[in-house]
Each structure stands twice: as C-alpha cells, then as structure tokens.
Design a protein around this ligand. Sequence first.
Ligand code: NAD
Length: 487
Amino acid sequence: MQTFQQYIGGAFEDAGASFASLDPATGKPWAQMPSASAADVDRAVRAAEAAFFSADWAGMTATQRGKLLMRLADLVAENAPRLARLETRDTGKIIRETSAQIAYVAEYYRYYAGLADKIEGAHLPIDKPDMEVWLRREPVGVVAAIVPWNSQLFLSAVKIGPALAAGCTVVLKASEEGPAPMLEFARIFDQAGFPPGVLNVITGGPEAGAALTSHASVAHVAFTGGPETARHIVRNSAENLASTSLELGGKSPFIVFDDADLESAVNAQVSGIFAATGQSCVAGSRLVIQKGIKDAFLARLKEKAEAVVIGAPDDMATEVGPLCTLKQRDHALRLIEASVAAGAELVTGGTAADGEGFYFPPTVLDCSAAPTAPCLSTEFFGPVLSVVSFETEAEALEIANTTAFGLASGVFTRNLTCAHRMIRGIRAGIVWVNTYRAVSPIAPFGGHGLSGHGREGGLQAALDYTKVKAVWLRTSDEAIPDPFVMR
Ligand code: NAD
C-alpha cells in the first residue's frame, strides 16, 4: 500500500496516527494516510505563524510573491495528469473530469499570481488641514483552509491562491475522505521555492478540523463543506474570533421555460446533475420545468440518463463513476425511499448497482404531485434529479426560492425580459442563463442563506484576505499647541 505524509514547516513527516483510505471503485483500502493529532495541528499553525512574521515572507515584495505563485501554477500544470490520476483513485471522481479540472486549477494560481502586486491601498481626501491619511492593505494572518473531498485541488486553489497573493500563510486540512491529491500537491508546492511554513498540509477528520479552526493563532477560516460542519466552525470561532468564509451546499434550481431550446437545455441539465456523479455543490438538482415542455424534456432526459456510460473512474470513456463513500450511497437510497413514500415518481434509476464499489446510477424523480417530498429540499450530493413543474413565471420564481439554500441557479428561455426578471428575483449567488456550471478564476463564486457567505474567485477574494490599516500623518512643521493653555 502506498503511504502519504503530512507537510509542516517545509518538511514531510508521519503524523501521530494514520488511517487507510478506500478506493471507491472497489471499496477496498489502497493507501495509508497521516491523521493529524491536536499536537500536529498546533505545530502546523505555529509553523504558519512563524512564516507569517518571518523576514523571508513578510519582507518579500508582492511582485516576488506573484512570481512564486506563477512558478506554482506552472508546476501544477506540468503535474496535472499525475494529480488527476491520484484524485480519481482516492475519491472515485472520473478521470475525464479530474484531468480537465486540474489543468484549469493552474489558471487559478496564474490569476492570483498576477493579482499579488495589484492589491492596492487608498489615499483619503480627509476633512482636516495638514494631514495625509491613507489605507494600507495588510494580510489578515494565518488562514485555516478546510476542504471537502470533492474537487479538493480546485477548492483549495481558490483559498491558497488569494491568501498567498495577499501575503497570508495557510494551514490546509484536506478531507479525511480522499486526501491523496492534496498531500501530493504539498510535494509540488515544495518545489516552487516558497519559504518553509507558508503552506502546511495536514489531514484528519472532525477532531483535527476543530483543533485547527479554534486555534488561538488562526485569523481567518476559509471553509468549504456542509452546513452542519459550518455551524461547528462558527461556534469554534467564538474561541479565536477568527473571521469566516463559508462555501456550503446547495439545492440549485434549473428552470426551463416552454420557449427554451430543448436539446441545449437537456444537455446542460444532464451535465448539471450527472457530471461529477452529482457530487457538486452547484449541481442543478431541482428541475423546475414549465408544463408545456415537460413531457418532451423528460422523455429526452430519460433517454440520455439511461445512455450514460457508468464505469471505472480511471477509464476515459466513463461518464458516471462511483460515489466517494458508502455513506453517500446509503444517504441517496434513504432519501429516494422517503421521497417515493411522499408521492414522488421514479422516472429512471433509483437503485444501487450490484457488485463492488459505491456505484449509483443517474436517477430522476418526478415530484410534480409531491411538492413536500424531502428530495426537493435536501441535498443528495449524488446523481439524483428532482423534478417539479410550473405554469406561470411567478410560480417558477416561488419554487426556485423555496429552499433555505442559495448557491447557484440556471434559467433556460429565449425571452430576454423574462430572463431579466428571473435574474433579479432568484435568491442565489450565481445565475446562469442559457448555460450551466461555467466557472472562471475571474468570476466570484459563493452563495446566500444556508449556502454560506463570502466569495471565492475574482479580485474580492484576495481583498477578503486583507485587513485595512488607517495611517494618519501630520504634515505641518508648526508645534502642536498645548491643549491646556487656557487653564
Ligand atoms: P463536511 O462538512 O462533512 O466536511 C468538510 C470538511 O470539514 C472535511 O475536511 C471535514 O474533515 C471537516 N470537518 C468536519 N467536522 C469538522 C469540525 N467540527 N470542525 C472543522 N472541520 C470539520 O462535507 P463533505 O461531506 O466532505 O462535503 C460535501 C459538502 O460540501 C456538501 O454539502 C457540498 O455541497 C459542500 N460543498 C460546497 C462547495 C461550495 O463551493 N459551496 C463545494 C464543494 C462542496
């Protein structure tokens, strides 16, 4: 079995304990992973803190930080195929997706490399004579970055990139499910030439996560994961008063009007829910469809869902692979059962495949006669689509906004004014019109409500890793008068 190590203070080492990682395609252990103890977490944070104040990092120009990030971007691009194979092996995410996604991860590091020396302060036209006042933007400090198992290289790049561009240092806790790509990424990072301790990579479960997020020296927690874990993190932040950015789950509406281009909308829906085997926070998991197009849409969708190639995640021909964990599969089965009991109708799929591995087929549930079915409000994190129909635009908007989540949304229509009204009315951080699941380092990404707060990607994300210092400088040569001269 392959063995991985954690990365603290620029050195690779074993942790206090270790655990076996399972290959989701077989359900069998394939590698031994380090499990960070509270003492390991403490050393990682101290290494990040020492690096934060070190002359090597704090004294480095922003331009030089940008050059190191650019070197990292090149190394990620060079090693993308190897990283993709590891992510596929450890998480079951299919190789055609990990290959494309990790090649694009390099672009995120490139974007933040370019941004490092463009994070500017400001000069204020202050309302007092003989005074210069300006704002310095300074890095917030040590950042605790916590990621879930899906798309770890991507979800960590949107934290590490802007944090390092701003001059912070980072302790990244990889998920205990499928941490291999992050532990290997640490080896690549090590070659880029950053001072030791600027990035530390550990792994472990809730205990390591809690120790990290409540550590007194952590200034900001950048979290991606589920809402329940986010609540623990926010409670823990009462200890260190760290700021938080939370990228959580979703139950995103995919709204199709009668006038939509049928084939385009079906293709976008297929990729919106079945790509990444449905394990995507922005999965368009609620099809909100107008009655006139519903039958034709569902017939075409069923045809395409049943033609999807299910297979080994490391096969380029595979379109849907296994779920990452057995727990995910059991959750999907239970939720489908409860939804069918509530009146939802299975259009296709719905039962776990026999044989080894955590496979689950593309599934469509028609909930038009079951508006309270739990599948309409609970995240599956699997390839399961719930369908609900509407007659009027107002109804579509009402259905779109019924969940407590607010991450992404899609609108398919050729009617420009209707599209604009939907854009205004939908409560979500992202609205895709006549497209779905497009992302870019240049565009902010994040949600409302139970989907969290804070934005990743774009300029604002780098600014969020800074704090503002107001500087007052008196320019007069005249002596400051004695304030008590009248006494
Ligand atoms: P999770 O919340 O169970 O775990 C996420 C991470 O938090 C893991 O690294 C875990 O070890 C850690 N953790 C667990 N307990 C902790 C604690 N008490 N303190 C600190 N850290 C702790 O999520 P998951 O099941 O791994 O991932 C799936 C969830 O992530 C879904 O809800 C999905 O929608 C969400 N997600 C959101 C985005 C986004 O950008 N909005 C992207 C991907 C995934």
